[in-house]
Design a protein around this ligand. Sequence first.
Ligand code: KIV
Length: 278
Amino acid sequence: MSYAGQNEQSAQRKKRRVPDILARKGAVPVKALTCYDATFARLLEKSDIDVVLVGDSLGHVMQGGDSTITVTADDVAYHTRCVARALRTPLLVADVPFGSAGLIDNRLFEDVEKLMRAGAEAVKIEGASAEICSQIRRLTTHGIPVMGHIGLVPQSVHALGGYRVQGKSDEARERLLAEAQRLVEAGCFAIVLELVDEQTARYVTSNCPVPTIGIGAGNSCDGQILVLQDMLGMNLDFKPKFLKHFAELENVITNALSAYCSEVAERTFPAGKNNERQ
Ligand code: KIV
């Protein structure tokens, strides 16, 4: 059995590359989701998703932590390698983890090297300070595509005082636009707007020459991204306002587990002649 994602549908679809995503500004919305493993990557390959992000949200989804701060570049590289084995068509982006960008110069470049060698085709970096933008500029100048990320930046959750909607005041709105413009000048090909006031997201989107990709930022962004396990409803207790459960896999999976437990206990599985006791 192979987990490789090549199939009839993906053979017919065109590989998404950075210029394709840039060209979607103000046009067809960019469809993005996170992914952390080969099993789901194989399924994404059967969909029309444009961008797959190996997000540091793996700290919650894969590692069971309560923030993204504990996630390392080795963690992201490991999951990027798993996804890259089964993904062909979408653009594969890997998250630069906490403690990398803006702080220690060499750390960022070493971490980005790890992520690109693991199979990433671009990296995503949180924040837009002058230091971060000058590091982004160095990366983009050297041919490494960077996706920016502003608004609620989870790696700074302690400084932001929690997971709160950003950009509500006029001043905050202008600050977010200035951040987006700095990221564009640094060479970012797209910018994630996370938990941003809807009007502000519309304002930033209409004044930004590269696609904005929203999560909890309304529907005027140039694209949308969600955490895969969240939108599939694998944890129905987790339902922030902006999230839609497109399925309720928690119920599907727990029903299957109960059926398996009952059938094993009752010796109705496996069925047939293997079922007879020796
Ligand atoms: O880590 C992540 O999954 C993200 C997306 C939610 C944008 O940063």
